[in-house]
Design a protein around this ligand. Structure first.
Ligand code: PEP
Ligand code: MG
Length: 754
């Protein structure tokens, strides 16, 4: 039984179009249940009618002809009740409607179950028997299970093939795929799907076909990868300091290394095909490095493997990453990594779409930092269908339009233009203070993590960096950066902002921010080994980072340190001991380093209830509402199934934030807010009311937040906050504040256009 269900779901998911998916579903259901007829009806969203889409056993001429308005017929009953309806003799039911065209007059018994996707009834699956009979509990359970299995894949195929619908459903059926908003803005572009990394271990054994051409292909791959590395090094310069390029130079040297080339060539000449010759050579070379005494040299084994993967990717021409990105590129993937975003020249990156993830997944955070619209959590859509198509990304409403009609395209082109005009207008606020009409100043800081953030952040008139996500440069690399490399990166940021303060957060890896070269394999990574939990158990990583940050601050003294994922004061105590040790080491070296102020992120609910103990150990608090929302609401910030539940405007989150601000005030500790709540125009109104000491937002969001602050008086914001925390859910809060922002003439911040 389970096998039948599994096969059915799989075949539906892999069907090339809706018609095939439906045919497979009805055929297999009829066969498995041994019923006389089976039919699928789907809801046409234009008129909400249920339309017969496919059948086995009923008259096929009826397909597309039978349309039932909501509540009509026994099918309407299934839809209304949202549960299985079993009738021994359907024709006797008062709600029965006869459709002669189906030939259903020959059938008596009826069992129908709703097909529900994310709470929506998208159709009805029904089976019929000639005789009057009662369907058994087992049969009912089976049909309910089939329908549940079908709903996801079916919803996907419906969406993906809406342009080619079989008669019955109007062609406008769902003109877009609904995800969740990731980063605001709209864009039109061409889909590029970054290919997954090639796996050397997955290369099969095969003999070389033509030795000459295998050798040639390998040599060409070497040349191509060298060129590519040079270009990547150049691009990385925009994101990381010039020194980081050295890594690419080292790679380029390794690729062109004589021993690598000659060993691979020799293996090919002995009869291996190029990929396996490469695999074996890389294994051999990596093993040499792995056996070395020196830790740094040992780490180079990973570099060798990274080079091997690049060369392999190049050899697998069909799957390699596109090198020439379209003028307007929309990156689409399960989770689009930071490194893949860095691959695309900034001017060509129009949008980002993730099939997984929610608004606060780090990809969305990066997209917002870059000012690029993003849609997250599209769910079960198989991305492969989208490659190469034109899409519209609506980051405000979380929608993706695939191959949009000319009118949709024209409309979004207009909105895109208006967005640009609005941004240009907001630039005029740059030199004006973030001050409410009733005279309350709210210092605005920026969140940063990449060097590309620096220039826009400096130009935005920010008071400093409120959150430097130190893990970002780690995520862009193929190995841990050395203490010296880190110092260079940190120095560049500290210098750029001095004398303005820069709050550097220590490494916050794990959870939704894995490092490709430091695998943390665990079932529930968000409740697992992340942030300070990792660094306290790896003092060598933590100390190297602390020392790099302290060294970078010499003579500037604008560094502040921030600890992520703290859940108890003992963690802070331990971290302080390590900080003392790092300071001592540097002082012993004769460096004059000042002890930086230390803060903790308030992002694990336990920290809210430990504020008093924490206050004895730190100088400031920083509210991380992204994680706080996730943990308070018990909603995984990367899971598309619950993405809709993940909302930092949930009244419980607002109350928690308000409580922290009030208590921090009593403890005389400054509190900042650096989660995305601060960059959301609605959140900005509420935070303004709470009276946090400063807020930190993406540079791209700073002008909008300033506009909000300059438009809404503090006392008006306080009234709105009082009303908000009494509302039942986040949607109600959003509606209330949207209205207020609209009334204040700030509607342009809430939707596409002005
Ligand atoms: C947060 O959790 O709110 C936060 C600012 O940190 P991050 O998004 O990097 O986890
Ligand atoms: Mg966090």
């Amino acid at each position: 039984m389970i096998e039948t269900l599994r096969r059915l779901a799989l075949e539906v998911a892999n069907a090339p179009d809706l018609a095939t998916a439906l045919r497979v579903a009805v055929q297999q259901t009829r066969e498995a249940m041994q019923v006389d007829a089976c039919a699928i009806y789907l809801v046409d969203p234009n008129d909400r009618c249920l339309v017969l889409m496919e059948t086995e056993g009923l008259n096929r001429a009826a397909i597309g002809q039978v349309r039932l308005a909501p509540g009509e017929g026994v099918l309407g009953l299934v839809r209304e009740r949202r549960e299985a309806v079993s009738l021994d003799n359907a024709a006797e039911h008062p709600q029965y409607r006869h459709f002669p065209v189906t030939g259903e007059g020959h059938f008596n018994a009826f069992l129908g179950v709703p097909i529900v996707h994310f709470r929506d009834v998208i159709g009805v699956l029904a089976v019929f028997q000639r005789g009057s009979q009662t369907f058994s509990g087992n049969q009912e359970a089976f049909l309910v299970t089939v329908s549940a299995q079908l709903s996801g894949p079916l919803a996907e195929v419906i969406t993906a093939s809406r342009q080619h619908l079989i008669p019955g459903l109007s062609p406008q059926y769902k003109p877009y795929i609904q995800g969740v908003p990731g980063a605001p803005g709209v864009a039109i572009g061409t889909v590029v799907m970054p290919s997954p990394l090639a796996e050397l271990d997955g290369v099969p054994e095969r003999a070389a076909g033509d030795i000459e051409s295998e050798v040639m292909a390998f040599r060409e791959a070497v040349t191509e990868v060298q060129k590519e590395l040079k270009a990547s090094g150049e691009r990385m310069k925009e994101l990381l300091p010039a020194e980081a390029q050295s890594l690419f130079e080292v790679y380029a040297l390794l690729v062109g290394d004589d021993s690598l080339i000659s060993k691979v060539t020799a293996r090919i000449q002995e009869g291996q095909w190029a990929p396996s010759a490469l695999r074996d050579t890389i294994r051999e070379l990596a093993a040499v490095f792995e056996a070395m005494q020196d830790e740094r040299l040992r780490a180079r084994a990973e570099d060798i493997r990274a080079i091997g993967r690049r060369l392999l990717l190049e050899l697998q021409v069909d799957t390699r990453a596109p090198r020439d990105f379209p003028e307007r590129t929309v990156l689409v993937g399960d989770e689009v990594s930071l490194a893949r975003i860095a691959d695309v020249p900034r001017k060509q990156l129009a949008g980002v779409v993730c099939l997984k993830g929610s608004v606060l997944a780090h990809t969305a955070v990066v997209a917002r930092a870059l000012g690029v619209p993003a849609v997250m959590g599209l769910g079960d859509v198989s991305g492969g269908r989208l490659a190469g198509s034109t899409v519209v990304v609506d980051g405000y409403r979380g929608r993706v339009f695939v191959d949009p009609s000319p009118s949709v395209k024209a409309e979004f082109a207009r909105l895109e233009r208006e967005e640009r005009e609005l941004s240009a207008d907001l630039l005029s606020l740059q030199d004006l203070p973030a001050e409410t009409p009733d005279g309350v100043r709210v210092p605005l800081f920026v969140n940063a993590g990449l060097l590309t953030d620096i220039t826009p952040a400096l130009n935005s008139g920010a008071a400093g960096v409120g959150l430097y996500r130190s893990e970002f440069p780690f995520m862009l690399r193929d190995a841990f950066p050395s203490e010296d490399e880190q110092r260079t990166i940190y120095r560049e940021i500290l210098e750029a902002f001095a004398p303005r303060p820069v709050v550097m957060r220590t490494l916050d890896i794990g959870g939704d921010k894995p490092l490709p070269y430091f695998t943390i394999d665990e079932g529930n990574s968000l409740l697992g080994w992340r942030g300070i939990r990792v660094t306290l158990q790896h003092p060598e990583i933590f100390l190297a980072q602390l020392k790099a940050m302290l060294r970078a601050s010499v003579g500037l003294d604008n560094l502040r340190l921030l600890l992520p994922m703290v859940s108890s004061s003992s963690e802070v105590r331990e971290a302080r001991t390590l900080l003392d040790r790092a300071l001592e080491t540097l002082q012993d070296e004769g460096l004059s380093v000042r002890r930086p102020e230390l803060g903790v992120m308030i992002e694990v609910p336990a920290a809210i209830f430990a504020l008093a103990e924490l206050a004895e150990l730190v100088d400031f608090f920083s509210l991380g509402t992204n994680d706080l929302t996730q943990y308070l609401l018990a909603v995984d910030r990367g899971n598309p199934r619950v993405a809709a539940l993940y909302d930092h405007l949930h009244p419980a989150v607002l109350r928690a934030v308000q409580q922290v601000v009030l208590e921090a005030g009593k403890l005389a500790k400054p509190v900042s807010l650096c989660g995305e709540l601060a960059g959301d125009p609605v959140g900005a109104v509420l935070i303004l009311a709470m009276g946090v000491d400063y807020v930190s937002v993406a540079a791209s969001a700073l002008p909008q937040v300033k506009w909000v602050i300059r438009s809404i008086p503090r006392n008006k914001a306080q009234d709105l906050l009082q009303a908000s925390i009494k509302l039942p859910d986040a949607a109600a809060v959003r509606r209330l504040i949207h209205q207020a922002l609209d009334d204040a003439g700030l509607g342009g911040l809430l939707r596409a256009g002005r």
